[in-house]
Design a protein around this ligand. Structure first.
Ligand SMILES: CC(C)(COP(=O)(O)OP(=O)(O)OC[C@H]1O[C@@H](n2cnc3c(N)ncnc32)[C@H](O)[C@@H]1OP(=O)(O)O)[C@@H](O)C(=O)NCCC(=O)NCCS
Length: 286
């Protein structure tokens, strides 16, 4: 253990890009849950805090609220010769105060490793759910006809409708803002909607890389759920990927999300065994 006599905590700014990049590329203590951005895109948002010893970067933590009342822990990294518990103790109390000032009423974390879990629990977070991973490898499923509506490619003019679909279909912590939806669309390999009576009422956004494709987002407006639209969207995107020669598609969903699990199982997805716990804490009591 080392002593920590000369500490300062401050907000990260653009001039910290190089030191943050160096920290992220050199440390094993790194939690990142970035969705559609990279870590440096968070510069300028609050809270994004740095802890420095003698002016040298020892750790960083970013949890800017998005959606507006949820401070997801997007980034927490600790330089190699410091202990995570010390840096967490330095950064989280201030970050949680700043998150509340920025509008958050709760914080949430999706963990991919287990080193952070004890620190979260000590700070009052609770393990509320798990995200599980599924994978499809195989024959494209048959075309799934819809009684009403049809699947088509997403267009920019759909975003306002889809942000509303997203807000009404997902639980609060999983909602995407309009801005995030735009980022998702920009990075998508295939983004489609199901249109009914001239309006988009459901959508999916998928990405692709050399490792395979990934269905990153799927939602159907509550009043249209249970009519096969979710299944039609997933079946359609599998068929599109298959035509592009991609035969490996992953997806993740909450372990208790029976509707989505039923769709994935019916279309030939299998659980991979990977499971990421979700931790949450109320920052502002009801
Ligand atoms: C998941 C979601 C997209 C499904 O859309 P949908 O249009 O209602 O889905 P479908 O009608 O095509 O299929 C739903 C399936 O779930 C089944 N189902 C519905 N409720 C269920 C339950 N409580 N338990 C088990 N199965 C259930 C339906 O019977 C149907 O299966 P079937 O075709 O074998 O009968 C929609 O519920 C949604 O937007 N949820 C909120 C956002 C979300 O969770 N997205 C997925 C995250 S990856």
């Amino acid at each position: 253990m080392r002593a920590y006599p000369h500490w300062s905590i401050r907000t990260a700014n653009q001039s910290d890009r190089a030191s943050i990049t160096a920290l992220l590329s050199s440390t094993q203590w790194k939690h990142q849950h970035l969705d559609w951005v990279n870590a440096l895109d968070l510069l300028g948002e609050a809270p994004f805090l740095l802890a420095l010893e003698h002016g040298l970067l020892a750790g960083c933590l970013a949890c800017p609220p998005d959606p507006p009342t949820v401070a997801w822990l997007r980034l927490f990294a600790v330089a190699a010769d410091y202990t995570p518990s010390h840096l967490w103790g330095q950064l989280w109390p201030e970050a949680s105060v700043q998150a509340v000032s920025a509008g958050a009423t709760q914080a949430a974390t999706l963990l991919s490793g287990d080193w952070l879990a004890p620190l979260l629990l000590e700070s009052g977070f609770e393990h509320t759910n798990d995200v599980i991973f599924l994978e499809w490898r195989g024959e494209a499923p048959p075309y799934v006809p819809l009684e009403r509506g049809h699947v088509r490619l997403m267009r920019a003019e759909d975003f306002a409708f889809l942000a509303e679909v997203d807000r009404r279909s997902f639980n609060l912590i999983w909602q995407h803002s309009l801005d995030t939806l735009r980022k998702a669309f920009r990075l998508a390999a295939i983004a489609t909607v199901v249109e009914c009576d001239g309006q988009p009422v459901g959508y999916q956004v998928s990405t692709a890389s050399i490792y395979g494709a990934h269905i990153a987002r799927l939602a159907v407006a509550p009043e249209w759920q249970g009519h096969g639209m979710g299944k039609a969207l997933v079946s359609d995107v599998l068929r599109r990927f298959s035509r592009q020669g991609m035969d490996r598609v992953s997806v993740n969903t909450q372990a208790d999300n029976e509707q989505s699990l039923q769709i994935y199982r019916r279309l030939g997805f299998h659980q991979t065994g990977s499971r990421y716990p979700v931790y949450q804490i109320e920052l502002v009591p009801h």
